[in-house]
Design a binder for this molecule. Structure first.
Ligand code: GUN
Length: 298
């Protein structure tokens, strides 16, 4: 029997804890964590994501606001807005929704977000600290939201993070948003980590060796059932919309879910697995950023 890991339920638990801690912080200090989500342009999926982030932030008592900017906003104007948000004491967390329009240098923008307000954990300083960890991340390190969500799902599946020690983990995908920080987190918890990607030879065989498989490549149902080792724990980060025969569409992950049932020990569904965890971890990062700024007198 394959256990289906309920990301919605786990995310609801994380949000309930964040809500309680936000209420406690507010009662003690009068401060409410502030989150600003910047979206350039009209990308429909991005618009849906940022609206969810804003709504969920408000539900836990965080002052979450989406700022929409035109798609032809110049890089200089975006950098100027980031500088204003950096200087605004009511703002604890800043997130620039990716992907950005092609005329903007993403790396330059991410490096311009103050590391202490970088609730995505994409600033080179935060990414570098994550890459250098010699153990679980400290409270004050802002870790990218999707990999953190995946780690919490692995903790749920395995019973503890200590259970990662020595396990063979395969991360499929080398993006800076998911694959690389995921690999760093697994390594920080003493897993034996392989990163596979589009140039990896004998990908199916690599997958079959993995006790932990995290798929984050954005290729619908790339991972077939017989690529999964019996008893493996599978975390599916993919969110791919594919057409159906009736002219509609549906969401599938990077793993052929039906084929994985009966082989994997546990698997996350799409939707309802990693997605809700990403937003919950963003809210938790915003709370952490706020606490750290209060402790530092900023
Ligand atoms: N686009 C897709 N995932 C993410 C994410 O985690 N953060 C940001 N900023 N943009 C994204």
């Amino acid at each position: 029997m394959t256990r289906i890991l309920d990301g919605r339920a786990l995310a609801a638990r994380v949000r309930a804890r964040v809500a309680a801690e936000v209420a406690e912080l507010r009662a003690r200090t009068g401060r409410v964590p502030g989150l600003r989500v910047l979206l350039l342009g009209e990308h429909p999926a991005s618009l849906a994501y940022v609206r969810t982030k804003e709504r969920m932030a408000r539900e836990v008592g965080i002052d979450g606001r989406v700022e929409r900017l035109p798609s032809d906003t110049t890089e200089a104007a975006l950098l100027a807005r980031l500088a204003e948000l950096d200087a605004d004491p009511a703002v604890d967390g800043i997130l620039v929704q990716l992907p950005l329009p092609a005329h903007i240098d993403t790396a330059r923008v991410l490096a311009a977000i103050a590391p202490g307000k970088d609730v995505d954990g994409f600033h080179p300083l935060n990414a570098g600290r994550l890459a250098q960890l010699a153990g679980p991340p400290p409270e004050d390190l802002l870790v990218p939201c999707t990999p953190r969500g995946c780690l919490l799902l692995l903790e749920e599946a395995l019973g503890s993070l200590e259970a990662l020690r020595g396990r063979r983990a395969l991360v499929l995908g080398r993006s800076t948003i998911v694959g690389r920080p995921m690999a760093a987190l697994l390594l920080a918890h003493d897993a034996t980590v392989t990163i596979a990607h589009s140039r990896t030879r004998e990908l199916a065989a690599e997958c079959r060796r993995a006790e932990i498989l995290v798929a984050a490549v954005g290729r619908p149902e790339l991972v077939r059932g017989d690529w999964i080792a019996p008893g493996a724990v599978v975390i599916d980060v993919g969110i791919n919309r594919i057409p159906t025969t009736d002219g509609g569409s549906r969401l599938v992950g990077d793993v052929a879910f039906a084929e994985a049932l009966g082989r994997a020990a546990a698997i996350t569904p799409v939707p309802g697995g990693v997605g809700p965890m990403t937003v919950a971890c963003l809210l938790d990062n915003t709370l952490r950023a706020c606490r750290a700024r209060l402790a530092g007198g900023r």
